[in-house]
Design a protein around this ligand. Structure first.
Ligand SMILES: Nc1nc2c(ncn2[C@@H]2O[C@H](COP(=O)(O)OP(=O)(O)O)[C@@H](O)[C@H]2O)c(=O)[nH]1
Ligand SMILES: [Mg+2]
Length: 310
C-alpha cells in the first residue's frame, strides 16, 4: 500500500457510532413505520448496513505497512481490534436470526433482544472508533520512500538537522523533550527523494514511555538507515550507552554542533566513538552525501526487484 492508498483507506473508514446512537437511529426510523414487520425490517436494515460498513471500510490489519501495524499495536493492541471486528461481524449474523424469528412474536420482544445485542457491542465499537482516530492522527509516512531516522538523546540537534535537510521549520528549542511526536520531512536532491523522521528523545533506559516506544517502532519498521546524532557538548557516556542498544547494521553516527568545539576536542570524541566501529560523519555535506548514496542504492535495488517480479 503506498501513501496515497493509505491516506484514502484511512479517510474512507466509516462513521462509527456508539451503541446508543445506533439504537436511537434504528428505533427512531422504526417509529415512522406503521406495520410491525416494517418496523422490524427498517431496524434490521439500518443496523446491518451500519455494521457491515464498519467491517468493509476498516482496513485489514495485515495489509497495513508494518510501521502502522506496530503503532496500532502499541496504542490499542491488534488482538483487541481483531476481536472487536470479529464481534461486530458476529452480531450481523445474530441480527439476521433475531429478525427471522421475531416476526411471529411481539415487537417488544424484538426490540429487547436487539437492544441487548447492540449494547453488548459498545466496547467493541469504541475500540474500532479509537483505532480509526489513531490511524487518522498518525504521521503520514510514505512506505515507498527511502527513509532515514534521526535519533539520539534529547537536545542533540535532531530537529535542527531535519529542518536544514528538509527546509522545514519544526520546533527547535533549547529544552529537552520538545519533539512530542514524530516530525517528518523530505530531503530532495534532484529527482531523488528521501524521507526523514525526527524521532522523539529516545532515552537509554529499558522502560520507555509510549512516545519513546513509538520512536523505536519508527526506527525499526519505517527507517532504512538510522543516523545517531551525538552532541559533543553532552556527556558521551550516556550517548554511548544508548548507541549500544541500537541495531548495528544500518547505523551511522553524526556529530552535531562541531561549530562549538575545537579540533582537539573533536578528535577526542571521534576516538572515543571509534570503539563502536560505526561510521562517523562530522559535517552536513558528509551526511548529505551518505543519504544520497544510500538512497540511490536502495532505489536501484528496488527497481531491480520490480523488474524480476512477474
Ligand atoms: N551551535 C549549534 N547549536 C545547535 C546545532 N544543532 C542544534 N543546535 C542547538 O541545540 C538545541 C537543541 O536542538 P534540537 O534540534 O531541538 O535538538 P533535538 O532535541 O535533538 O531535536 C537548540 O538550541 C539548537 O539551536 C549546531 O550544529 N550548532
Ligand atoms: Mg527535537
Amino acid at each position: 500500500m503506498n501513501k496515497e492508498e493509505l491516506k484514502k483507506t484511512i479517510k474512507n473508514i466509516t462513521d462509527i457510532k456508539t451503541s446508543q446512537e445506533l439504537l436511537d437511529l434504528a428505533f427512531g426510523r422504526a417509529r415512522n413505520k406503521k406495520e410491525k414487520d416494517a418496523k422490524i425490517n427498517i431496524v434490521h436494515d439500518i443496523l446491518i448496513d451500519r455494521l457491515k460498513r464498519i467491517i468493509k471500510t476498516f482496513p485489514r490489519i495485515d495489509t497495513l505497512p508494518s510501521f502502522y501495524k506496530e503503532l496500532l499495536n502499541n496504542r490499542i493492541g491488534i488482538v483487541n481490534i481483531k476481536k472487536a471486528l470479529g464481534k461486530i461481524n458476529g452480531a450481523i449474523l445474530v441480527i439476521e436470526r433475531i429478525t427471522k424469528t421475531s416476526k411471529k412474536k411481539e415487537l417488544r420482544h424484538f426490540y429487547g433482544r436487539i437492544s441487548s445485542l447492540i449494547k453488548d457491542l459498545d466496547k467493541d465499537l469504541e475500540t474500532i472508533r479509537n483505532a480509526k482516530k489513531q490511524l487518522r492522527e498518525l504521521p503520514i509516512i510514505d512506505p515507498t520512500l527511502f527513509t532515514v531516522a534521526l535519533t539520539g538523546l534529547p537536545n542533540v540537534g535532531k530537529t535542527t538537522m531535519l529542518n536544514i535537510l528538509a527546509n522545514t521549520s519544526a520546533e527547535v528549542a533549547p529544552y529537552a523533550f520538545t519533539t512530542k511526536h514524530i516530525n517528518t520531512g523530505r530531503f530532495r536532491h534532484g529527482l531523488l527523494e528521501i524521507q526523514l523522521l525526527d524521532t522523539p528523545g529516545v532515552l537509554g533506559r529499558p522502560k520507555k514511555n509510549s512516545i519513546e516506544e513509538e520512536a523505536w517502532i519508527a526506527m525499526n519498521h519505517a527507517a532504512h538507515i538510522i543516523i545517531f546524532v551525538v552532541d559533543p557538548l553532552q556527556g558521551l557516556e550516556e550517548q554511548l550507552r544508548l548507541l549500544k542498544q541500537l541495531k548495528q547494521d544500518r547505523l551511522f553516527i553524526y556529530i552535531s554542533k562541531t561549530d562549538m568545539i575545537n579540533k582537539e576536542k573533536l578528535g577526542e570524541i571521534i576516538r572515543r566513538l571509534g570503539v563502536s566501529k560505526i561510521p562517523i560523519l562530522t559535517s552536513r555535506e558528509e551526511l548529505e552525501q551518505l543519504l544520497i548514496e544510500n538512497a540511490k542504492r536502495y532505489y536501484k535495488e528496488f527497481l531491480r526487484k520490480q523488474a524480476l517480479s512477474p
